[in-house]
Write a protein that binds this ligand. Structure first.
Ligand code: ADP
Ligand code: ZN
Length: 210
């Protein structure tokens, strides 16, 4: 099964991707994680992407399209995959079509802007391995320390309040049109993000079948 997770930054795409991935045994491809990894290692891709990411803008289409194209060609993607954070523009969705990729389901996680702002202020990431935490929803065992690698947890630069508003604007202007694109193909399912992660997961898994 090939699945796309759509939704505003901080809507919980990454968390739901983990759940679906465990349920269906298919990998998650997160363009945000791929790009952050590239920034961490200082690769040419990372050097190209860093400034846009820090400012909460989208990285150019051709850059992310290249990342996804290489990743879905790998062996573990044969049975399907979950795209988390891609496509974020109609041009990116068209690029998937041009690659011959047939998407089975697009899950749109609906969360109000005010909720997003509150949630992103609690998000922390590990500067060592990139693992993601949340002060309210997924706290680390020891405050400020990564459960997985022991390094420090920090606020992502693009989670600072001023940048969050810019990311929401980008989402409304550039990513929301992607919903209509998939709605026209009959594969879009909308799920209201719930307060509890597991309640949202139940709705997401149901939407994958319907
Ligand atoms: P979010 O929490 O906003 O969903 P991500 O981790 O998915 O964050 O993405 C972080 C940043 O990486 C984005 O703000 C953007 O700069 C860049 N990025 C990730 N995916 C894409 C994409 N599909 N197109 C363009 N830029 C992207
Ligand atoms: Zn870590």
């Amino acid at each position: 099964m090939k699945i796309i997770l759509l939704g505003a930054p901080g809507a919980g795409k990454g968390t739901q991707a983990e759940v679906i991935s465990g349920h269906l045994g298919i990998p998650t491809i997160s363009t945000g994680n791929c790009l952050r990894e590239a920034v961490r290692t200082g690769s040419p891709l990372g050097i190209k992407a860093k400034e846009d990411m820090d400012r909460g803008r989208l990285v150019p289409d051709e850059v992310v399209i290249g990342v996804v194209k290489d990743r879905i060609a790998m062996d573990d993607c044969k049975k399907g995959y979950i795209l988390d954070g891609f496509p974020r523009t109609v041009a990116q969705a068209q690029a998937l079509d041009a690659m011959g990729v047939e998407i089975d389901r697009v899950i749109d996680l609906e969360v109000a802007d005010e909720t997003i702002k509150r949630r992103l202020s609690g998000r922390r990431v590990c500067e060592g391995c990139g693992a993601s935490y949340h002060l309210d929803y997924k706290a680390p065992k020891r405050e400020g320390i990564c459960d997985l690698c022991g390094k420090a947890l920090v606020i992502r630069k693009d989670d600072e309040p001023a940048t969050v508003q810019d990311r929401l604007n980008v989402y409304h202007q550039q990513t929301e049109p992607v919903k209509a694109y998939y709605s026209a193909k009959g594969v879009l399912r909308q799920v209201e993000g719930q307060e509890k992660v597991e309640d949202t997961s139940a709705l997401v898994l149901k939407a994958l079948e319907a």
